[in-house]
Design a protein around this ligand. Sequence first.
Ligand SMILES: Nc1ncnc2c1ncn2[C@@H]1O[C@H](COP(=O)(O)OP(=O)(O)OP(=O)(O)O)[C@@H](O)[C@H]1O
Length: 315
Amino acid sequence: MRISVRNISKSFGATRALDDVSFDIEPGTLTGFVGGNGAGKTTAMRIIIGVLLADRGEVTKDNAPLTQLDRRAIGYMPEERGLYPKMRVGEQLEYLARLHGLSARRAKSNARDLVERLGLEGRINDPIEQLSLGNQQRAQIAAALVHGPDLLILDEPFSGLDPMAVDVVLGVLQQRAADGVPILLSSHQLDVVERICEHLVIIAGGRIKAQGPREQLREQHSPPRYRLVGVPAGGIVRPGVSIIESSATDSVVFDSPDPLVAQSVARDAALAGTLREFAPVRPSLAEIFREVVVDHALSHDAHDGPTIPAETDAS
Ligand SMILES: Nc1ncnc2c1ncn2[C@@H]1O[C@H](COP(=O)(O)OP(=O)(O)OP(=O)(O)O)[C@@H](O)[C@H]1O
């Protein structure tokens, strides 16, 4: 099943939160939705799940409009967390599963299974309010998954999780993705998104700035840059080649607009018997983000949208 957001626009008074936004959520993989504060991620997610109406555009499932029935089956993790603080973890999950129409038996087994997978088994009888923030977050993720949704929309599912917890949650999400569930997740942790999401959607000022498979985006935004380890004694000087970085050891990163010239550099190193590594350098998601969002905003004086951070939190 493929979910498509098609030409969605949404304004709140004079604020245009989304402007002709289109993207796909593919099955079998995680789609990372990234953008600065106020970029429009939550608004788009709320429109997908149907709690907010778009001014224009539509959301489709395999090319047919998403119905209210479809929307009831979505697993949604809102940005503002919403579990009952006094209710015990297990009870709460079973209750939510029952609200979605699951039998008591199925609700119990789904709740137990998730609690175990998310590492909350020792906490199943604790009230939510007694859990650490990270464990509350795990419970919140369990709440979005407990009814066996066939589409998952997760607003910042990793915020507040330590790296081990990120891996635990990731394992659970990857399993759902492998079962064919389309998953859209927003995050400001670009390093995490880069590691786990094969599909990316970058939004700024309510407009989609880039989208597609991660590797395709990395290729599209690659400067003509190469890393060579094993520089021969004579160096790598030739017309069109400029050195970006060189280390005390014999490793360099260089720019070469002509790939044939770059390969001739590697060939010389191979002939000299020094070559140990030669590969194109691909940009990180943080670099792509900076290029398509921040540099663009700076060159347009940033007047057409909300504030965009000058730096991302990824290294
Ligand atoms: N209910 C609302 N009323 C008025 N303006 C709103 C409302 N909801 C969102 N906005 C505005 O729409 C824009 C997009 O907000 P949105 O919450 O979708 O961004 P976001 O990408 O989720 O941001 P963040 O990463 O900070 O959560 C912002 O300018 C925001 O102030």
